[in-house]
Design a protein around this ligand. Structure first.
Ligand code: CP
Length: 305
């Protein structure tokens, strides 16, 4: 793997290898596998989980890391993405992890640097490491992925998480139903390999209910997607009364407690929310390892052959 830009670029074998590598790296001890390597985290959008876990993942693998947030950087003075990338490429990083509001920004960076590039979220397009960590957390909690039924509920329209996760679940032969109010369910999204409905009752058939955040920052000013947040919560909010005992609940975070998810669900015994955070660290270690260390080993083998 040269870059990780989209789940659409991966095969089932890639996903299984990454999940297996993550499992093998799970543990508190630092590992020397990326010693001497440089991982740059470049975030043009806010992040807690993704930015911290990539930084920690690089450190656990003994790489040097540098995190740059667009706020406070020369992006504030009008520097273009291309100039920022060319500037950072002068440090000869091995990996650039980038989050950007523009769809395709990570692919653009990949064309302007020799580094491996990881998409940490581009607009409403893709968030591939989120999908991989979600698979890891599901597999750990439920024992397997094949044949699993996942209901993804909420603001699908603005969700890169939903798009990546539908594709990832399809790769491992799991089944997805997207559930959203009509205005938050993009036309044609079934082409990714899922069913859609506006009826929340459809969660009853799911093994996992995956709740999406209402992404108010991506909604057009003045546009009306739901009658009101209060009505959204009343019709589509996930409460204990709407779940079966044992039905697992996931959310990529950050949570809007009391909007799309009731606090009793978020903190309840079937919530995998913090398992997802823990999975983020090992899965991102696996991605960095796969890009840098595994790629270098393959190159060495190629040179010998
Ligand atoms: N799930 C996720 O991407 O969270 P952050 O925005 O905190 O990184």
């Amino acid at each position: 793997m040269k870059h990780l830009l989209s789940i659409g670029d991966l095969t089932r074998a890639d996903v299984e290898r990454l999940l297996e590598t993550a499992r093998s790296l799970d543990g508190p001890e630092p590992l020397p596998v990326l010693r001497g390597k440089l991982v740059l985290n470049v975030f043009y959008e806010s992040s807690t989980r993704t930015s911290s876990s990539f930084e920690l993942a690089a450190k656990r693998l003994s790489a040097s890391t540098l995190t740059i947030k667009s706020s406070g950087s020369s992006a504030d003075k009008g520097e273009s993405l291309k100039d920022t990338v060319l500037t950072l490429a002068a440090y000869e990083p091995d990996v650039i992890v980038i989050r950007h509001p523009q769809i395709g920004a990570p692919a653009f960076v990949a064309r302007h640097t020799a580094a491996h590039v990881v998409n940490a979220g581009d607009g409403k397009h893709q968030h591939p490491t989120q999908a991989l960590l979600d698979l890891y957390a599901m597999r750990k909690a439920l024992g397997g992925l094949e044949g699993l039924h996942v209901a993804i509920v909420g603001d699908v329209l603005h969700s890169r998480v939903a798009r990546s996760l539908v594709q990832a679940l399809g790769l491992v032969s799991a089944h997805t139903t997207l559930i959203a109010p009509p205005a938050l369910l993009p036309r044609g999204i079934e082409a990714l390999g899922c069913e859609t409905t506006t009826e929340l009752d459809a969660i009853g058939a799911a093994d996992v209910v995956y709740v999406l955040r209402m992404q108010r920052e991506r909604m057009l000013a003045g546009a009306s997607y739901v009658p009101s947040l209060r009505e959204y919560t009343a019709r589509w909010g996930i409460t204990p009364e709407r779940l079966r005992p044992g039905q697992k609940v996931m959310h990529p975070g950050p949570l809007n407690r009391g909007v799309e998810i009731d606090a009793r669900v978020a903190d309840g015994p079937d919530s995998l929310v913090l398992e997802q955070v823990r999975a983020g660290l090992v899965v991102r270690m696996a991605v960095l390892h796969d890009l840098v260390a595994a790629g270098a080993a393959a190159a060495r083998l190629g040179a010998v052959a």
